[in-house]
Design a protein. Structure first.
Lengths: 350, 350
DNA sequence: CTCTGGCACTCGAACGCCCGGAGTGCCAAC
DNA sequence: GTTGGCACTCCGGGCGTTCGAGTGCCAGAG
């Protein structure tokens, strides 16, 4: 359609005041949840022009697809395209107040382990934004190995435990064909750790591939089994886990309840869908996907604000919120960004 | 009120046919979600009497508080008390069909670790019952120690890993005041394991209390720190985790949406509330809490069906579903019981 | 004593109607 | 380019009517 030459249009058709009108419409609509008319606009905002002028501007904005009216002779509401313009050019990110920042820090500082960090984060985010929060667990693929442990549970049964630098622990049972002596076990444990500790998960396969050869023939089978279980764990767990919270906030969505809320709840149960949503976060900064910009159909009337977080300069996972397209974008973006930063700090400390 | 002499009343006032009428009302109402009238009842069920007779019976049932009418000249709907009678004396537990059983087993057999077992269980239960499923992780307090592992991460930093017989793994960082040698570490690990492996968590405190004394004076501080961290983990993690799923099924609740669904979603976010709900499950068998029988106010128009599960004869945790009081009790109870049994089997195998 | 058919009554849901108000689009004037 | 005026549209709420399902009661039959 007309999306290629947005930049042109913005310059040509949309004067400064028209943009101001759009901003006012978005702000009012977000506040009141009701279509906003020309008269109300001039009353609530000091635009310096009369309702009639605003009406003309609104007609232009509607022609260009930034706003729409639910039915003839009703006020206007922003379209997805309108929100997009608002987010891109009309609104900044609203920083949190100092008390809010302090509250975040205090709350997150109390966490005792990784599960707790993620749990607290998700509750915090839900409370701050009054929307549904989604937090991805720090990813295995980007993190490094802190330790690999091997335990003998029974003569032919081992347990493999994998500990990451982000505090995550994964374990697997390994059934071996032949009994595996304690000394061989200690040997394997030591060699395995000396090779992979501190290395990235993605590098592990190459680092261990020649390990079996250095063992006695009768142990090679078991060593291979252990290694393949280890690699399997890496792959399987690369399908990330995540935690959601604040679903009760869905009840604030709107009046046309069942139709809106249903697909959202369904989407929230589909980890794959959620991961994709978060995954679309831009590497560098925050991503805002508005309404139909979301690939998943059920979320066509919701927006997703997501951002990566991590310790050091590295992004190890993402977090974000899902809310109605009619949301307070500056505030939400501010909260999401702030929480991501603090979580990154917490992870770096542990 | 009249609740003390239920048994009497049941005999005195409620003939066999009246009970049959109540059963028919419950069944019809669960099916249609609409108040059921006398005429419809005689048409759908072969009661062998006329609508007028049924009307008289209904009047009695209403006097006794088993049914009520939303407004004058509407059909009747069962009260909580009516459902209670239905569950206790009029309905059995409907066993699942063979294909269903097979499907459950196949689905659960594919699980790779404890998280996966719980995750699959919750999805399964939600799908079978078309309601919200809640599954508690196997409890630490009732399970036994499979292994305790100690790793040295830095000279004065240890990691403690605890593995249970149900496959659960907990880890904690331990900062020690003084460096702790590898040999002391191996020593502690060995002694610790020889004492607690195979023992119940509740017994651990006594079993380890004299351990520090048998170490060199310079190591005693660290040993004590490790032990107290271990005990702490037992206590902290005794606050159980749980997983929920099938929240999208809440949309099938009713028409008076926002009011009903809101408190339920809120309750589902409160682990404490949920744990209490499940906790009310009778030790031996299944528990059904109907409407106002639930202590938590927000769940006054929902019913909870819960049951314990475990490997061997032992109950290690509970699971259940939350749904509208208007639910298919026999079917739900059958599904819950069957799933609990299979999960118990799976846990016993691993 | 129990069951049945009949009958008058009640009340909610659905429908149609009207009206007020908010908001628009257009136009002529500044 | 901006403004005030004006006719028009359409949604939402309030009101009265109708329709039908369902009830309670009663008198009579088994």
């Amino acid at each position: 359609m007309t999306s290629d030459d947005d930049q042109l249009e913005v310059c040509a058709m949309l004067s400064e005041r028209r943009l101001e009108v759009l901003r006012a419409i978005v702000q009012d609509y977000v506040g009141t949840e009701e279509p906003v008319g020309s008269k109300a606009l001039t009353e609530r905002h000091r635009l310096g022009v009369s309702p009639a002028t605003v009406r003309n501007d609104m007609a232009v904005l509607e022609d260009e697809g930034y706003i729409a009216q639910p039915h003839t002779s009703a006020g206007r509401i922003p379209t997805d395209k309108g929100y997009r313009l608002f987010v891109d050019r009309l609104a900044g990110v609203k920083p949190l107040s100092t008390p809010e920042r302090r509250a975040i820090q205090n709350f997150l500082d109390g966490a005792v382990d990784l599960d707790d960090v993620v749990g607290r984060t998700v509750r915090l985010l839900a409370q701050l934004t009054r929307q549904v929060a989604v937090v991805q667990y720090p990813s295995l693929t980007r993190s490094t190995v802190r330790h690999v442990e091997l335990l003998s549970l029974a003569p032919a049964r081992l347990m493999l435990v994998l500990i990451t630098d982000t505090g995550r622990v994964e374990q697997r049972l390994v059934d071996c064909q032949t009994p595996f002596g304690e000394t061989s076990l200690a040997d394997l444990r030591a060699r395995l750790n000396s090779r992979v500790v501190g290395r990235r998960f993605t590098d592990v396969p190459q680092l261990v591939q020649d390990l079996p050869e250095s063992f006695e023939p009768e142990d090679r089978g078991t060593v291979s089994t252990v290694l393949s279980t280890l690699l399997e764990t890496l792959v399987e767990e690369a399908e990330e886990r995540l935690m959601i919270g604040g679903t009760a906030n869905l009840t604030r969505f709107g009046h046309d309840f069942p139709l809106t809320i249903r697909p959202v709840l369904e989407a929230l149960e589909e980890q794959v869908v959620l991961l994709k949503l978060l995954g679309e976060a831009n590497e560098s900064g925050m991503a805002v996907r508005i309404g139909h910009e979301n690939a998943y159909e059920g979320l066509n009337s919701t927006s997703v604000v997501s951002v990566g977080y991590g310790s050091g300069g590295e992004t190890v996972a993402k977090l974000g919120v899902v809310g109605p397209t009619r949301m307070d974008y500056p505030g939400t973006m501010g909260a999401v960004r702030a929480v991501a930063r603090y979580v990154g700090q917490i992870l770096a400390e542990s």
